[in-house]
Write a protein that binds this ligand. Structure first.
Ligand code: TMP
Length: 217
């Protein structure tokens, strides 16, 4: 099973993935947590280029192609081999992030993005995508707190520095995707406390796993 987490900056994906993975492992599932951009050695270098705020002059096309380059490597090196070995894969962002950030928010042609995804993904789609939804001002406040709490660590804040309206388009973009494909997406209110959000996620995933087990037997 392939599960992806999406949402605006500061929505709490990283914490929720950690909590989910530990519950799944305790239940005996073999699972890996991965992320975009940056899950492979090459991807790690691409991430540094993408998120460095000094790269303010990066062309939208450069940005789009770098995310797709990272993804091509990620799908080939990490996701497909893990799924082939019957492991659960949980990814912190995947192709929906490009549709939303580069498409809905930056204004890239959605059909062009779809075509690139046909090449890069080779038919791979998540079984379940969880959108952690919360108001933009709450997410950005959390994101800046995290960045400022780590002095000395190279800040990955090129996107946090985008205008408020950009983040509003990201949030709306995710909610639009969830409306278009309701069977794959679940929208979770991430403005609540961590444990409440975690319980919702664990229930949704548990339900999916039971359906998948029933279909297999
Ligand atoms: P992260 O902060 O969740 O690790 O994601 C890094 C940033 O990259 C985040 O601001 C969202 C952005 N992003 C895109 O713009 N397009 C993409 O395809 C992906 C995967 C991330």
């Amino acid at each position: 099973m392939f599960i992806t987490f999406e949402g605006i900056e500061g929505c709490g994906k990283t914490t929720q993935i950690r909590l989910l993975v530990s519950v799944l492992k305790a239940k005996g599932y073999e699972c890996i947590a991965t992320r975009e951009p940056g899950a492979t050695k090459i991807g790690h270098r691409i991430r540094t280029i993408l998120l460095d705020a000094a790269h303010a002059t990066m062309l939208p096309l450069t940005e789009l192609l770098l995310y797709e380059a990272d993804r091509a490597q990620h799908v080939h090196e990490v996701i497909k081999p893990a799924l082939a070995a019957n492991k659960m894969v949980i990814s912190d962002r995947f192709f929906d992030a490009t549709t939303v950030y580069q498409g809905y928010a930056r204004g890239f042609d959605l059909e062009l993005i779809r075509q690139i995804h046909r090449i890069v993904l080779g038919g791979l789609t998540p079984d379940l995508t969880l959108i952690l939804d919360l108001p933009v001002h709450v997410g950005l406040e959390r994101a800046w707190q995290r960045i400022n709490s780590r002095p000395g660590v190279l800040p990955e804040d090129r996107f946090e520095k985008e205008a408020f309206a950009f983040h509003e388009r990201v949030r709306k973009g995710y909610l639009t995707l969830a409306r278009i494909e309701p069977e794959r997406f679940r929208v979770i209110d991430a403005s609540r406390d961590q444990q409440t959000v975690h319980r919702d996620i664990a229930t949704i995933v548990d339900c999916r796993l039971r359906i998948a087990d029933r279909e297999e037997s």
